[in-house]
Design a protein around this ligand. Structure first.
Ligand code: URA
Length: 288
């Protein structure tokens, strides 16, 4: 496996940092109507660290607000007015970064693995600001995994309401017939509720395995594997080739790269309109 693989020469993405309150923040009680935020959220929204890293740093006394140490991660602060310091240095909003990684099989989507397994972070360049994976892929799944420090964008991608299509190529054990494909397409019952309609097509098959392309607009835990189990088969190999308008194309396994401006605007437009501009088609399942 190639480590720390970064393909160069792509357009850097720069945008003004957003410290906008989201509806989700309000629901979670981590932001007020006047724009105040809990200290942990304000710190992580700068892109300096994850929310849990922020809570750890605050509890450890490493964070100051207006030069006064605050150890309560739930203390209210007003971004833009209150000045935050981490380890004595002023915390500035980081440049927003959005990267895609071609995740290989065998690495886990986590920052720290208690079993010491290889993690996706070993494949990111070391000089990037802290980035979080957008959703996750199982250890045994390969394919397109996004990373960003733009929490609004990450939330927009993963929110169930976005219905952003994710495309998987799935090799299933045995022969998968038309009836099973129809069940996958129409939606079937899983232990956490019925699945939304999916776009399913057969790509190849022999007497031992069947390869399907499955496009889902949800992102439930191990969803594709569970859908395939529900039709009486099991996944032999699972690969994610697209997330909305973004495609891995010929990005090598284990390599990551920053999204281009064109990709970012296609992604934002797909999120805003429910359309994949490349295909000009409404996200399947969005209107239901
Ligand atoms: N569905 C799965 O079952 N696993 C993944 O990694 C992604 C989607």
């Amino acid at each position: 496996m190639r480590r720390r693989g970064v393909s160069a020469g792509l357009t850097p993405f720069q945008s003004a940092p957003t410290l906008r309150a989201t509806r989700r923040d309000a629901i979670l009680g981590t932001v007020t109507a006047s724009g105040k935020k809990t200290l942990d959220r304000a710190l992580s929204r700068t892109g300096a660290c994850s929310r849990s890293q922020a809570r750890e740093a605050i509890a450890a006394g490493r964070v100051q607000v207006n030069r006064r140490t605050v150890r309560d991660p739930d203390a209210w602060v007003e971004p833009g007015r209150d000045r935050l310091f981490l380890d004595g240095a002023p915390v500035r909003a980081q440049k927003k970064e959005v990267w895609m990684l071609h995740k290989p099989i065998g690495v886990v989507t986590t920052a720290r693995d208690e079993h010491g397994r290889d993690t996706v972070y070993a494949l990111l360049p070391p000089d990037l600001p802290w980035l979080a994976p957008v959703g996750r892929l199982d250890q045994d799944t390969s394919g397109l995994l996004l990373f960003t420090n733009d929490s609004d964008l990450a939330h927009a991608i993963t929110a169930p309401a976005s219905k952003l299509p994710k495309t998987y190529e799935v090799r299933c054990h045995g022969q998968v017939g038309d009836e099973a494909i129809a069940r996958l397409s129409h939606g079937l019952e899983l232990d956490d509720g019925p699945t939304l309609p999916a776009h399913v097509e057969r790509l190849a098959g022999d007497e031992r395995t069947t390869t399907l392309r499955i496009v889902i607009t949800e992102g439930r835990n191990r969803q594709v594997r569970r859908m395939v189990m529900a039709i009486g088969s099991r996944v032999v190999a699972l690969h994610r080739s697209r997330v909305g308008p973004l495609a891995l194309d010929n990005l090598d396994e284990g390599v990551c790269r920053r999204l281009t401006m064109a990709e970012l605007s296609a992604l934002r437009s797909a999120l805003a309109t429910g359309r994949d501009p490349r295909r000009g088609r409404t996200n399947p399942g969005r209107a239901r």
